[in-house]
Design a protein around this ligand. Structure first.
Ligand SMILES: [Zn+2]
Ligand SMILES: [Zn+2]
Length: 371
């Protein structure tokens, strides 16, 4: 118990041999609070006295009864301190004005760093001057945003950085680092991904993308329309974007089988020097419908059960295999529909039944989220 008290609160130490008086600081949400605990000779917590600094007192206002009760009920000092910290965390959350305020040097440091970086890079800063959004342009003219959350001990502590990227963002930081260096490193990360975005920009501009609805820079998957109810889902490796991507053909069996055979027969001729779109076209021996040649409405065929195209994020990707029918359904809709029919049967996660449109056999695999 003793060791974990010191481990959890290295700044709170016994000041006498009997270990009845503890003095020092407890740390909650990066803030240190001065406190002193005086225990009776038998070290029973119920008769302990707690002395708090004024800031701690202010934060505990309204929680005094809870703290007293906890002090009486706790068997060990370490568990009491843990509960006190929980109360303080709640207190800090409900009183934002008590959150740690950076030192005056923090602000002069921040302004000096922004001067060197250039104010034109600043898209946004919050009222506490803690969260910054910096703009960055890659060599192909694409705009990116780097979100930087500065710690109150900036620059001694590394800031939290995030951006819309297909790979985890890890930017180096030392106590001597500046925002300008951080920004420069971010530009290097962007450069390592330009080929990946080039590949996707070409696909996005020259084909009809069914999913995701609005691709972001971090999305590595595209579902590309091939024809009515036939599409291909490609998953790119952001580090090797020009290699053969993971492909999955979606649609009725009679339409998908010949495409799958071509893909298997031709994938050895994939040329990593040519564009992914060109390769896909050659390997599948097809022309992708593009915004120049087709209207998107020809691919957004609604679900035959709920009569909508998008159900939450899902699009109708289950298609009746009968060539004369070919009606698409949402996976969830078809699953619910077939399960409700007494003539259907289920084997593990697959339900066998009849197409609600033409009555021919149809199967559906249980959606991951279905009950
Ligand atoms: Zn539906
Ligand atoms: Zn059918």
């Amino acid at each position: 118990m003793e060791s974990s008290l010191i481990q959890d609160n290295p700044l709170l130490l016994p000041v006498n041999k009997e270990k009845t008086v503890y003095d020092g600081f407890i740390t909650v949400q990066e803030r240190d609070f001065r406190m002193r605990i005086v225990l009776p000779p038998d070290r029973q917590l119920k008769k302990a006295k707690l002395h708090c600094c004024w800031r701690l007192k202010h934060l505990l206002r309204g929680y005094e009864q809870i703290v007293k009760q906890r002090l009486r009920q706790s068997t060990h000092l370490v568990s009491f301190i843990l509960e006190l910290k929980t109360v303080l965390e709640v207190g800090l959350k409900s009183r934002p004005e008590c959150r740690s305020v950076p030192s005056p040097q923090y602000y002069s440091q921040l302004i000096a760093e922004m001067e060197t970086l250039g104010w034109d890079k600043l898209l946004f800063i919050d009222t506490e001057f803690r969260t910054l959004r910096l703009r960055a342009e890659d060599s192909c003219g694409r705009e990116h945003v780097l979100t930087v959350k500065l710690k109150s001990k900036h620059p001694a502590e590394a800031p939290d950085c995030s951006a819309d990227l297909p790979v985890p963002l890890a930017l180096p930081w030392t106590p001597q680092s500046t925002l300008e260096q951080l920004h420069a490193h971010f530009l290097l990360v962007l450069e390592s991904l330009t080929q990946f975005w080039d590949v996707l920009d070409e696909i996005d501009s020259k084909t009809w993308i069914l999913e995701p609805e609005r691709p972001s820079r971090s999305d590595t998957m595209r579902r590309i329309a091939i024809g009515n109810n036939v599409s291909i889902k490609v998953e790119l490796d952001p580090r090797h974007p020009k290699m053969l991507p993971e492909c999955c053909l979606l649609g009725a069996e009679h339409a998908v089988t010949p495409l799958r055979n071509k893909l298997n027969a031709n994938m050895h001729s994939w040329n990593p020097d040519a564009s992914v779109l060109l390769n896909l076209r050659d390997v599948l021996e097809i022309q992708f419908p593009s915004p120049a040649t087709h209207d998107k409405s020809s691919f957004n065929v609604e679900c035959g059960i709920c009569y909508s195209y998008r159900l939450e994020a899902a699009v109708p990707d289950q298609v009746c295999n009968d060539p004369r029918c070919g009606q698409p359904f949402h996976q969830a809709c078809l699953y619910e529909w077939l399960r409700a029919l007494p003539s259907s049967r289920q084997s593990f996660s697959i339900v066998f039944g009849e197409c609600p449109y033409c009555g021919k056999p149809i199967t559906v695999k249980m959606a991951a989220h279905a009950p």
